[in-house]
Design a binder for this molecule. Structure first.
Ligand code: GDP
Ligand code: GDP
Length: 437
């Protein structure tokens, strides 16, 4: 299952540049000035056939000058707790700073694997300045250049070889049970829901704690349900670090999302769907996981005839264009509709597993693509010949055609909507690929 690698270090050492290189994305805004807010902090890397997530902690740097360094140190503490492996970046051109020393000490005390990346070693002449960084006490040292990429292959080799095994044991895995997780920002009511479900009747739950993994899988086997509830370690033993740090909530969410099939995204009805909720929603989507939105604390909302409908409408507008998502109004406190929430999560899980045969797909979709083909581009007509579902863990469909490169996103969205109309994929991302035939 998903491993998480966190990049830490003080501003301007090159974290963001390295993040881009490792995720091969060019979207992050690299700025000469320290402390500029960026919003590309989370990406996926693939190396030697292993996929893992990368988080650039620098993206969450606080802009206030007062506690600037303190806040970054807090983030290091959180990253150490939530990540599987830490890449500590330093800058060869500036030597060792007090801040580097402080971070190194935090990292040395942790039991997580730490790699020291001495960055900005753009040429051989700078190699000579790298060995002094051994004095930070982190033995696994790599000299790299985030800008030209040198050394990053060795770094990636080391990372992929040292990622711990996470997720279920083989035995648990063969049970093939759905894995659900409850996510949401602090105070949305996550713990209340988990407690309402598994809290009282300890007989029905079997907490299985692994030694190498940070997630706890609780088997819930009652009322016709049988699934694992994935709980992150951080959810139980709360850190002393300030709970409402956005970074903390994001790190926790990522870990929980990575290890689940379906996410129950809790929203506080008294606050509505705010940007932090939306961020978590997009993390779920980008990870190709199923989702059920639970509007919690519904007991606190004064109801009028249209309150549910109006509330739902606002949420769907915010999550557009992916709106084919179940939305339930619950109360973890009064237990209103919490079992409905489980049923819905199970349905979403079934949708995620759904496989449509090639013959059925072609029978139903070919008439539609014939009637409404992709718009001709540069005078060329695009002909879709057949459609097949790919053997992936998330519903993905390949449309074979003569000129796949000319098919634009709006048409792919049209195809996705047609597929959603014909088959039940509610709560599940659907991927559309155009392939050459
Ligand atoms: P962050 O604040 O740690 O995320 O650092 P950035 O990635 O934003 O980089 C800070 C500055 O260092 C930018 O001007 C980058 O272009 C520069 N930089 C990053 N990596 C390298 C490198 O490998 N070599 C050199 N010469 N400059 C780099
Ligand atoms: P978490 O941080 O997401 O785990 O949220 P908690 O479960 O700790 O809940 C935060 C606060 O909201 C607590 O004071 C709960 O008692 C309260 N709360 C949670 N769910 C509900 C609900 O459905 N109705 C009401 N009225 N309060 C709730």
């Amino acid at each position: 299952m998903g491993n998480i690698v966190a990049i830490v270090g003080r501003p301007n050492v090159g974290k963001s540049t390295l993040f881009n290189r490792l995720t091969e994305s060019r979207h992050a805004i690299v700025d000469e000035e320290a402390g500029v807010t960026r919003d590309r902090l989370y990406g996926k890397a693939m190396w030697n056939g292993k996929e893992f997530s990368i988080i650039d902690t620098g993206g969450y740097a606080f802009n206030s000058d007062d506690f600037f360094e303190d806040e970054i140190k807090k983030q290091v503490v959180i990253a150490v707790e939530e990540a599987d492996l830490i890449v500590f970046v330093v800058d060869v051109t500036s030597g060792i700073t007090d801040y580097d020393e402080a971070v190194a000490e935090l990292l040395r005390r942790s039991r997580k694997k730490v790699v020291l990346a001495v960055n900005k070693v753009d040429n051989a002449s700078r190699d000579a300045d790298a060995p002094i960084f051994y004095s930070l006490g982190i033995p696994d040292l790599f000299t790299i250049s985030g800008i030209n990429g040198s050394g990053t292959g060795d770094l990636l080799d080391f990372i992929t070889e040292n990622l711990p095994k996470t997720g279920l044991t083989e035995e648990e895995d063969t049970l093939n049970l759905p894995r659900f997780t409850v996510v949401g920002r602090p105070n949305a009511g996550k713990s209340s829901l988990v407690n309402a479900l598994v809290g009282e009747d300890r007989n029905i739950v079997t907490p299985i704690e692994g030694t190498t993994r940070d997630s706890i899988y609780t088997r819930y086997n009652k009322f016709g349900h049988d699934f694992f509830l994935v709980d992150t370690a951080g959810m139980r033993k709360r850190t002393k670090v300030k709970e409402d740090l956005e970074f903390y909530s994001v790190m926790r969410s990522i870990r929980a999302i990575e290890n689940a099939d379906v996410c129950l995204l809790m929203i506080d009805a008294t606050r509505g769907m705010e940007s932090q909720d939306l961020k978590i929603f997009h993390l779920i989507e980008r990870n190709n996981k199923g989702v059920v939105i639970l509007v919690n604390k519904w007991d606190l909302v004064e109801k009028t005839t249209n309150s549910t409908r109006d509330f739902e409408k606002v949420i769907r507008e915010r999550i557009a264009p992916w709106t084919d998502v179940p939305i339930l109004f619950i109360s973890a406190l009064t237990k209103q509709r919490i079992f409905k929430a489980l049923e819905t999560a199970q349905e979403v899980f079934d949708n995620k597993q759904r496989k449509i045969t090639t013959s059925r797909l072609n029978e139903m979709l070919l008439p539609i693509v014939d009637a409404t083909p992709p718009p001709a581009t540069k005078g060329k007509y695009i002909k879709i010949k057949y459609i097949t579902q790919l053997p992936t863990s998330t519903p993905s469909f390949a449309f074979f055609c003569n000129l796949p490169q000319y098919v634009k996103d709006p048409y792919k969205r049209f195809l996705e909507n047609k597929i959603r109309e014909m088959f039940n994929f509610t709560g599940v991302p659907v991927n559309i690929f155009m392939r050459k035939k």
